[in-house]
Design a protein around this ligand. Sequence first.
Ligand code: PLP
Length: 427
Amino acid sequence: MYKKSKELFERAQKSIPGGVNSPVRAFKSVGGTPLFMQKAKGAYMYDADGNQYIDYIASWGPMILGHAHEPIVKAIQEKALDSTSFGAPTELEIEMAELILSMAPNVDMIRMVSSGTEACMSAVRLARGYTGRNKIIKFEGHYHGHADSFLVKAGSGVATFNIQTVPGVTAGVANDTLTAAYNDLDAVKKLAAEHKGEIAAIIVEPVAGNMGCILPKAGFHEGLRKLCDEEGIVFIFDEVMTGFRLAPGGAQELLGIKADLVTYGKVIGGGMPVGAFGGKKEIMQHIAPLGNVYQAGTLSGNPIAMIAGFTLLTELKNNPSIYKELEEKTIYLRDGLNEVLKAWGQPYVINQLGSMISIHFSDHAVVDFASAASANNELFKKYFHAMLKRGVYLPPSAFESWFLNNALTYEDLDKTIQATKESLEEL
Ligand code: PLP
């Protein structure tokens, strides 16, 4: 069934560390051979052996309207004829910035970069430059990309591979990153009091998606906002996952919280390598060449990347009903999964918001990293493979959210629920 993928994986390991260009793709935590993909269309991916999968990764978020979405493919093809890169400004970059500002709340100015990592790294540098302070607070199990400052108690692959301290990150850098449990406002207040006047920024995934999907408790973000106002701390919403996914204005809009700086990635690029950071003009004008906080990129604002993102965001802006459709599909899936999991009789938790959802095999609520990590992840591995065998491609780790795309049909969702029923019987 996976003959060609196995061959490719053997071959890949000779020239690429671990055979992959991003660790979680290697299936190391769930075991087995990573599947090498050949093509994808709509809600389906096809591997090198020709097997078809219903896709719940959506390239880890970006493909919100499904793969090879025709308007995006066409726009890229047309744009490429005018050159794939200039290294000089273009009108399209202004159109992209204006479009983002029209959708994202509290964003007066935006700077385009090429990944979510760059966006978060740049936002933190800006917060440090603006406040003249060194330390940041992040949350256990939250992932903001692979920049040094963030690889302390991080989620996603760092949690999947249980890496406690990342070699190569200096103690000096790590010491400037303070961590607290997600949803524990008192812990954050304590840190802020212990390090009064030293904290440049609090960076948070507003809805956590890198330890499964975990929702914020009522009042948590409001409390962080208040603390930041009182202490002159820059409040950064990392909306790399949630931006343009949970609502046209992302988690800021959905949760009704104003951040000082916001970072974007994934959906903003329509499947091309794009990130962005933006926010209050008062802070953003410290970025070079207006200010002295340096930040740059040879391919930033790349025309092919911009046209892909611009085409997708335009469609999302013009058809806000997409968000309702996506949410209804996710709730349908959640309810169907609930039914079969309940009948199965073993403990489980489903967390869901908008089109983000995940299952933890746990007998306690999953509200932070500790509760996610103490779920039965051995069972998740078995569930993952049982689903894969039945043509459903879930994230290959319990420390990741599933992302629904709007090309999924109710028939696909029914198949997924039925596959779960059969998989649970097999576990
Ligand atoms: N921030 C969040 C919340 C993410 O989920 C990710 C990636 O998964 C990043 C930042 C880093 O983005 P990228 O992988 O594009 O560098």
